[in-house]
Design a protein around this ligand. Structure first.
Ligand code: HEC
Ligand code: HEC
Ligand code: HEC
Ligand code: HEC
Ligand code: HEC
Length: 396
C-alpha cells in the first residue's frame, strides 16, 4: 500500500477524469483543521462506510457486481474515478465524498451520463479565487462551487427507467429560491458568504462543511411551524391544522424517498383522556410498476418504476389539513398536534429501524361552536341579503 507521503507527490499532470491524482483528507487537515472537523462528522464523509449504505450495497454486489458501480458514482466518487485495481482505492473508500473530490471538480453535466463530474486533480477549485500568498497548492476561482449546479450531479437522479429517485435540486429549481439566487450553499454551507453576491470574493472564516439536512434536530426545529384551531358543535369536532414549509429550500421531506414526515393529532377530554387520534404521512413513494411501494434503498434506486404518491410540502407552501372527529357525547378539551421526521437507521446490523425526530408540537384548547352563535350568524346574513334586495328594487 502507498504511504501518505507518496500520495502527496502523485503526478498531477493528467487532467483526464480516469487517472486522477487525488489527495487524501489527511493531507488537507494539516492546514484546514476546522473544515476537516466538520466534514469528518458529515454524512458526506461516511457516505460509503456507513452501515446504512454498506448493507444494501453488499446485497447488490452479491447479486450483480457491475450494478454496484451505479452506487459508487455518488457514494465513493474518488474510487469510481480511479483506474481498476489502483492501490489507493482503500484510502479513498474510507473517505466517501472527500475534500479533494469536491475541490478537484472543474465542471459537471448534472443530467448526463457518468462520470458526470470532470475532475482536474492538482487544482483546488474554490469560492475565493485563490490567495496569492498561498504557496500550498494551486487554487482557482470556481463559480460552479457557489451554485446549486455543483450539488446537482449527486442530488438529482433518475434511474434507467427514467423514474425520478432523487429530486432535491429540481424541487429547488421550481421554487422562488432559485429566482432569488439562494443556492444550496446558502443554507447548507453557511458562514458569512452570501451566494447571492457571487462576485463577492472576500469572506471571513471557513464555511461549515457539516452540510446537515434532515438528520439534524437543529435544522428541523424551525422548518415547519404549526398553527391549529379545534372547534366542536353537536356531535362533531373540527380540527384545522396549518403547516408551513418555512425554511426548507426544496420540498420537505426531500432526498431519499424513505424520508417521511408524520403528523399526529390527538383529541383529549377535560380529564386528559385521549378520545381520538389521526395520523397523516407526507412522503414520496416509489413503486415496483404494479402499485406496490418499494421499501429497500437498492430496490428504490434500481427497480423503481413509478411514483405512487407525492404529497410533500413545497418550499414556502402553506398546507391546511381539516380533520373531523365524531363525538359520542363527550366534549373535547384540547388537541395535541405533533410533527415528526422519520428516516431508517441501521444501529444493530443488519437490522434497520425507523428513528423519529421532533419537528414541532402544539396544544390548542377546544372552542364550542355554539348553535346559538351559528343561528345568529345565519340570521344576520339573511337580514343583510333581504336589505340588499329591497335596496336594489327601490333603485329601479
Ligand atoms: C500546507 C497547507 C495546506 C494544505 C496541506 C492544504 N491547503 Fe488548501 N489552502 C491553504 C491556504 C493557505 C489557502 C488559502 C487560504 C485563504 O485564502 O484564506 C488554501 C485554500 C484552499 C481552498 C480555497 C480555494 C479558493 O481560493 O477558493 C480550497 C478549496 C482548498 N484550500 C482545498 C484544499 C484541499 C482539498 C486540501 C487537501 C487535498 C488542501 N486544501 C490542503 C493551505 C493548504
Ligand atoms: C432556504 C434554505 C435551503 C436551501 C436553499 C436548500 N436547503 Fe436543503 N434543507 C434545508 C433544511 C431546513 C433542511 C432540513 C429539513 C428537511 O429535511 O426537510 C434541508 C434538508 C436537506 C436534505 C435532507 C433531506 C431530508 O428530507 O432528509 C438534503 C439532501 C438537502 N437539504 C440538499 C439540498 C440541496 C442539494 C440544495 C440545493 C439544490 C438545498 N438542499 C437547498 C434548507 C435548505
Ligand atoms: C460535497 C463537496 C465538498 C466536500 C466534501 C468538501 N468541500 Fe470544501 N467546499 C465545497 C463548496 C461547495 C464550497 C464553497 C462554499 C461557498 O463558499 O459557498 C467549499 C469551500 C471550501 C473552502 C473555501 C472556503 C473557506 O471556508 O475557506 C475550503 C478551504 C474548503 N472548502 C476546503 C475543504 C476541505 C479541506 C475539505 C475536506 C476536509 C472540503 N473542503 C470538503 C464543497 C465541498
Ligand atoms: C459526489 C456526490 C455528492 C455531491 C457532489 C454532493 N453530495 Fe450531498 N450527499 C451525497 C450522498 C451520497 C449523501 C448521503 C450520504 C449518507 O447518508 O450516507 C449526501 C448527503 C447530503 C446531506 C445530508 C442529508 C441528510 O439527510 O441529512 C446534505 C444536506 C447534502 N448532502 C447537501 C449537499 C450540498 C449542499 C452539496 C453541494 C454543495 C452536496 N451535498 C454535494 C452525495 C453528494
Ligand atoms: C446520483 C447519485 C446517487 C446514486 C447513483 C446513488 N445514490 Fe444513494 N444517495 C445519494 C444521495 C444524494 C443521498 C442522500 C439523500 C438524502 O439524505 O437526502 C443518498 C442516500 C442513500 C442512502 C441513505 C443513507 C443514510 O445514511 O441514510 C442509501 C442507503 C443509499 N443512498 C443507497 C444507495 C444505493 C444502494 C445505490 C446504488 C443502487 C445508490 N444509493 C446510488 C446519491 C446517490
Amino acid at each position: 500500500m502507498l504511504t501518505l507521503a507518496a500520495l502527496v507527490i502523485l503526478p498531477l499532470s493528467d487532467a483526464s477524469a480516469t487517472s486522477p491524482g487525488f489527495q487524501s483528507a489527511s493531507v488537507c487537515v494539516q492546514c484546514h483543521p476546522a473544515i476537516h472537523k466538520a466534514w469528518a462528522a458529515s454524512e458526506h464523509a461516511t457516505a460509503f462506510t456507513s452501515a446504512e449504505f454498506q448493507i444494501p450495497y453488499d446485497r447488490i454486489r452479491q447479486d450483480n457486481p457491475s450494478r454496484a458501480l451505479t452506487c459508487e458514482q455518488c457514494h465513493n466518487p474518488m474510487r469510481f474515478l480511479l483506474a481498476k485495481g489502483d492501490p489507493r482505492a482503500d484510502i479513498f473508500s474510507q473517505e466517501g465524498i472527500g475534500c479533494d473530490f469536491c475541490h478537484s471538480v472543474e465542471s459537471v453535466n448534472s443530467t448526463g451520463p457518468w462520470p458526470r463530474y470532470r475532475a482536474i486533480p492538482g487544482i483546488k477549485f474554490g469560492p475565493q479565487g485563490g490567495n496569492p500568498a498561498n504557496k500550498a497548492h494551486v487554487t482557482q476561482f470556481s463559480r460552479l462551487h457557489i451554485t446549486s449546479e455543483f450539488c446537482a450531479g449527486c442530488h438529482e437522479f433518475r434511474n434507467e427507467y427514467g423514474v425520478p429517485i432523487l429530486t432535491t435540486v429540481s424541487e429547488w429549481e421550481q421554487s422562488f429560491y432559485r429566482g432569488e439566487q439562494v443556492h444550496c450553499q446558502y443554507c447548507h454551507l453557511p458562514q458569512l458568504f452570501d451566494a447571492r453576491f457571487i462576485d463577492q470574493k472576500k469572506q471571513k472564516g471557513p464555511v461549515d462543511h457539516g452540510m446537515v439536512g434532515g438528520h439534524s434536530p437543529g435544522r428541523l426545529a424551525h422548518a415547519i411551524p404549526l398553527k391549529a384551531t379545534l372547534a366542536y358543535s353537536g356531535d362533531e369536532a373540527h380540527l384545522s391544522i396549518t403547516l408551513k414549509n418555512e425554511t426548507v429550500g426544496h420540498k420537505t421531506p426531500s432526498g431519499l424517498p424513505m424520508h417521511k414526515i408524520r403528523l399526529i393529532s390527538t383529541i383529549y377530554d377535560a380529564r386528559g383522556n385521549a378520545m381520538s387520534r389521526r395520523e397523516e404521512l407526507f412522503e414520496r413513494l416509489i413503486g415496483d410498476g404494479a402499485g406496490r411501494p418499494l421499501e429497500k434503498p437498492e430496490q428504490v434506486f434500481l427497480e423503481g418504476r413509478e411514483v405512487l404518491k407525492d404529497n410533500r410540502i413545497g418550499p414556502k407552501e402553506t398546507r391546511v389539513i381539516n380533520q373531523r372527529f365524531p363525538l359520542a357525547g363527550v366534549v373535547p378539551a384540547s388537541a395535541l398536534i405533533k410533527l415528526t421526521y422519520e428516516r431508517p437507521v441501521v444501529d444493530n446490523p443488519p437490522e434497520t429501524r425507523i428513528i423519529e425526530m421532533p419537528i414541532s408540537e402544539l396544544t390548542v384548547p377546544a372552542k364550542a361552536e355554539s348553535a346559538k352563535i351559528r343561528f345568529l350568524l345565519v340570521a344576520l346574513i339573511a337580514i343583510a341579503l333581504i336589505g340588499a334586495i329591497i335596496a336594489l328594487k327601490n333603485r329601479d
